[in-house]
Design a binder for this molecule. Structure first.
Ligand SMILES: *Cc1c(COP(=O)(O)O)cnc(C)c1O
Length: 231
């Protein structure tokens, strides 16, 4: 299969999954995760229709942003942000999905003020309570939101998660559904300066499950580009 065929196949599966989900069909955004993928391949993906791209490293994101024509596209940061990369991230990303601590949020805010720009952000939730993962624990999330909402420059748009990798779908499904409950709960509270409209969850192995449980942004890498080669 060509890249275009793989992308179109994933998009079809996304639309199909939406029929069985709670949201309206067409409302789920498909992100192509381009980490480790070379620029010419990404250019081909954009040609094939990709408009939302995700990178997990700031420097790689910055490099690709300057090498590619991203007119009409958005490129989001989806990996942990180290404090010495904050300035570059604020300069180059259209959204930071991986705000995983108050400290990171505060650094982004300070940088937004300095660069005079606004940054849409998602709070990353460690829904599986995995000690090896970044993110807020579910019970910390609302207090963190309230605190971060008061920071200038950052606009909270929603939540993101990477659940633990599990063989059994039933357990992954439970994590996704817990995320959806948290998302709805926060939405219902109508907190100041927060628009809870993005729920980013689901990757190549589980995006249909995530959509069924309420995701409206799926981050798909290998199902579009093939297996990654790390160098
Ligand atoms: C790499 C990555 C993905 C995509 O993973 P695939 O399994 O290749 O679809 C999604 N989200 C994050 C945060 C990632 O780092």
């Amino acid at each position: 299969m060509t890249l275009r065929e793989r992308y179109e196949r994933v998009l079809e599966r996304v639309r199909e999954a939406e029929f069985h989900a709670r949201g309206s069909v067409g409302g789920v955004r498909l992100m192509a995760v381009t980490k480790t993928i070379e620029e010419p391949v990404i250019a081909g993906a954009i040609e094939a229709g990709v408009r939302l791209l995700g990178e997990n490293r700031v420097q790689e994101l910055a490099r690709k942003r300057s090498a590619l024509d991203l007119t009409g596209c958005e490129m989001h940061l989806i990996g942990h942000l180290q404090s010495n990369k904050t300035a570059l991230a604020v300069q180059c990303a259209d959204m930071i999905q991986s705000v995983d601590s108050i400290r990171v949020a505060r650094a982004i805010s300070a940088e937004c003020v300095k660069q005079n720009r606004e940054m849409p952000v998602l709070l990353e939730v460690n829904i599986g309570r995995d000690p090896a993962k970044f993110g807020f624990l579910p019970e910390e999330t609302q207090a963190a939101l309230a605190e971060i909402a008061a920071f200038p420059g950052t606009l909270i748009r929603g939540l993101m998660t990477v659940p633990p990798f599990l063989e059994e779908n039933a357990r992954t499904k439970k994590f996704f559904s817990q995320m959806f409950s948290l998302f709805l709960d926060i939405q219902g509270k109508k907190m100041d300066n927060i628009s809870m409209d993005v729920l980013s969850m689901g990757m190549s192995g589980d995006f249909e499950l995530a959509i069924a449980e309420g995701s409206n942004l799926v981050r798909v890498g290998s199902a579009i580009f093939g297996d990654r080669e790390y160098r």
